[in-house]
Design a protein around this ligand. Structure first.
Ligand SMILES: Cc1cc2nc3c(=O)[nH]c(=O)nc-3n(C[C@H](O)[C@H](O)[C@H](O)COP(=O)(O)OP(=O)(O)OC[C@H]3O[C@@H](n4cnc5c(N)ncnc54)[C@H](O)[C@@H]3O)c2cc1C
Length: 423
């Protein structure tokens, strides 16, 4: 098969939140950029839906606030966690108490956000998005990554794309992770996640609703006419729980979520999942590369640090990585001087936030999630209750986790050339 030889300045592997934001910002800053995405569209269910204030503020800076607000969405002003099974809910992040216009988390299907970013980026003459294009390996010359080999999944052809810099935004299964010098460090996770849908009625609660059941935890994402349900189960328990039968699970699920019970007027038993095929398993992983770069290559987003679903913060970290990368790299890429020092600067800037967030997620795994999933909820009840008491007594303490959830460790600003004021 004949191979095409093509060239771009920045090759972005993967059109998830990190890749699409990076592509848009670089193209607006006048850098020639090509995003390669292996899927033919953005319609995938196993993605988070949360758009935090840091990303909302970015969209505003980019002049996209009005278009974003026109997307179907729900607003969540606080995050509540249950203490023990059927236990009291306590607020860990009262984002609504923060000053400013964007004091909420917008729950928006990720494909809508990605479509918006793609549409906006496609207006830039230096941007190219190639869907159905799977990167299969890196091109290497004298120890430097000089681009990628790809396969067109629709047409079956293969090709090579040379680039001054390649940025791996291809998520937790990133090709870059096979490069041993980047050093993958993995952290144990106590849970896996089941995903399924349930119908939602107008009288149901709104936003993001969590609860604790018998050795599982639920997080239900309001998507208007249906709930996208995530159920956290103990790591490796999938086969055992499935063998116990779907009815048994659905009955305990409804016990934990009484307003979903048939006969309460909120859900119809006929529309519950009818077979395990409708309940998808997601293997939860948390890890981080020690080094996010090598000559010619930078990793950001989940490719550099796969996050636990706890706090629903992975999309926003991926977006902030992209903003920081665009800010550090746009100038050197335009000038053709991008070097190892520039990509190192991106890791130096973003590593502390990624590491601190994973540290907090590990604490939540060990102190709250694992005991609840192992049926030791009473044993931990005291500790979260004491924490809840402290958090509700001191308003500034309530704001600290809210601020962290909303903005992370610090604000990332896009390059000036990428900013557009709406109106
Ligand atoms: C169960 C679960 C629930 C979560 N819920 C939330 C949540 O509610 N809120 C939140 O903020 N975060 C959540 N997260 C985390 C969030 O999904 C990720 O952190 C975020 O999507 C990372 O963005 P990314 O762009 O780095 O990678 P991804 O979103 O993984 O995007 C990678 C892209 O690269 C493409 N790709 C992969 N390989 C190739 C290749 N070889 N060639 C070309 N393209 C390729 C993929 O198709 C994909 O489009 C959750 C994670 C899990 C596991």
């Amino acid at each position: 098969m004949g191979r095409e030889r093509e060239r771009t300045t920045c090759c972005v592997v993967g059109g998830g939140p990190a890749g699409m934001v990076l592509g848009l910002l670089l193209a607006r800053a006048g850098v020639e950029v090509t995003v390669l995405e292996k899927h033919g569209d953005f319609l995938r269910d196993f993605r988070g839906d949360t758009v935090h204030p840091s990303t909302l503020r970015l969209l505003d800076d980019l002049g996209l606030a009005d278009r974003f607000e026109a997307l179907p969405q729900r607003h969540v002003h606080s995050v509540q966690l249950p203490i023990g099974r059927g236990g009291e809910l306590f607020t860990v992040g009262d984002i609504g108490s923060l000053p400013g216009k964007y004091n909420y988390v917008a729950m928006v299907p990720q494909w809508d956000l990605l479509d918006l970013l793609a549409d906006e980026a496609n207006r830039e003459p230096s941007f190219r998005l190639r869907m159905n294009t799977e990167v299969t390996s890196f091109l290497m010359e004298r120890g430097r990554v000089t681009g990628v080999r790809y396969r067109d999944r629709a047409g079956g052809s293969a090709g090579e794309l040379r680039a001054t810099l390649t940025v791996a935004c291809d998520g937790r299964g990133s090709l870059a992770r096979a490069l041993p010098e980047l050093g993958l460090r993995e952290f144990p996770c106590p849970m896996d996640v089941w995903w399924f849908r349930l119908p939602r009625r107008a009288s149901d609660p709104q936003g993001l609703v969590g609860n604790a059941g018998e050795r599982f935890l639920t997080a239900m994402i309001d998507r208007g006419d249906y709930w996208q349900c995530a159920v956290l189960i103990p790591k490796g328990a999938d086969a055992k729980y499935r063998a116990e039968g779907l009815d048994r699970f659905l009955t305990s699920f409804e016990e934990a979520t009484p307003w979903m019970r048939p006969g309460t007027g909120t859900a119809d038993r006929d529309t519950r999942p009818r077979s395990w095929d409708e309940v998808k398993l997601l293997d939860v992983r948390m890890d981080r590369l020690r080094r996010w770069h090598r000559p010619g290559l930078l990793c950001i987003g989940d490719a550099a640090h796969a996050m636990s679903p706890v706090f629903g913060i992975g999309i926003n970290l991926a977006v902030e990585d992209a903003v920081a990368a665009a800010r550090h790299l746009a100038g050197p890429l335009r000038a053709g001087t991008v070097g190892l020092g520039d990509v190192r600067a991106v890791q130096r800037r973003r590593w502390p936030t990624a590491a601190a967030t994973q540290r907090l997620q590990r604490i939540a795994h060990a102190r709250v999630i694992e005991p609840l999933l192992q049926g030791r909820s009473q044993a931990v009840g005291g500790e979260p209750l004491r924490l809840a008491e402290v958090l509700t007594k001191a308003p500034w303490l309530k704001r600290a986790p809210a601020y962290f959830l909303a903005y992370g460790a610090g604000r990332e600003r896009p390059p000036a050339a990428s900013v557009r004021r709406s109106g």
